[in-house]
Design a binder for this molecule. Sequence first.
Ligand code: HAM
Length: 418
Amino acid sequence: MELTRLRGFRDLIGADARAMSLVEERARAIFDRYSIKEIRIPVLERTQLYSRSSGETSDVVEKQMYTFTDRDEGETAVALRPEGTPGVVRAYVEAGLDRTDPEQRLFYSGPMFRRERPQKGRYRQFYQFGVEIFGRPDAASDAELLIMIDELCRDLKLPFTMEVNSIGDQKCRPAFREALVQWGRAHWDELDDDCHNRIDRNPLRLLDCKKDAKVTESAPKSLDYLCDECRAHFDIVKELLTAANVQYIVNPRMVRGLDYYTRTAFEVMASGLGAQSTIVAGGRYDGLVETMGGTAIAGIGFAIGVDRMALALEAAGVTPTIAPDAAIISMGPAAMRHAVIVARDLRAANLNVEMLSPERKMKSLLARASKIGARFAVIIGDDELARGVVQLRDLNESTQREVAVAEAARAIAEAREE
Ligand code: HAM
């Protein structure tokens, strides 16, 4: 086939798509309990939105955006969103919420686009489920978000580790930056070209230098440079996590790849995923609303990498069911019409039911019912139609009995509960 999909783009069919929806459904249910409201924002935005917020020197903006020029008069430079945070902040400021109703708890969900080198767990179109909380500068809101993430991972029965760090604020960051620049210069020979560039352009990212992970062991740690306010904030976050029984590790070398973060930064890793194991990441961004033209309102948030969380579910053996409870097999035109009503009645009893095409022989219909994973076949012929019954065939046990539709519904529901 010539018209194949692009590299790094995926088709998700059946069980793969279901695993993604499962993550989204569970996240949505938990977000409801935390009173987080939905926001839907465009996939296409001005390119400038991202350079101003995610950071001119971030990999996302520098190397990974899908950009093009719109054919309007202004020849506006536009980009497919590489992340959700800048769009949400823009929408928040554009709606005037920073002035009229600054405390907002919002979630978004949908595809993001980054032109990265594709590998398992890293795609050029991927899905995020993200949360942004505005107007909460207090440490309790950091802890609340981390408790919520912990709850979600537990709910999905995922083995995971949570790492937290504080990277300071406008007051204490400059000294830390300077210490990193000095360190980078002193360790020039041990760093590769990519990292040489970071020394002046984005020194925090020196901590992500991958050439030899040992090199960064001697690098300065943000925690040693925190001002009193940032330290007190981080201490409360840690204290609350401990009080809530959330297991976490302080990783003093963690920095984030996007520029807007202040104070608390965090990442959650799932086991069994290989190199791309970060399934949730985020942090505080107290200066971002102001940078984007709003008032000085605090912000904090995170995004779930839905693709990766679905892979983690698979690795942990948690596979969502997509098989129906019963397949309906009808023989002959009159029985086929009746089968529609039987299917409706079974569905009304909350059962998942698939009608099979009547155009085949019984043997191949039974094979089809097993193939789609149905536990039962409900068989209807002219004879059953005349007597108001169905043949209920247990495909696991290879047993069959004649029952009324209501009895079939009860037996199928009972087997599902087992
Ligand atoms: P991020 O760390 O760039 O943060 O992305 C968050 C998560 O999205 C990652 O941990 C990962 O699970 C997933 N992800 C990122 N890139 C890819 C990819 N190419 N393929 C598959 N999954 C990917 C942000 O985007 C911030 N906006 C998060 C945030 C919200 N911070 C504050 N509020």
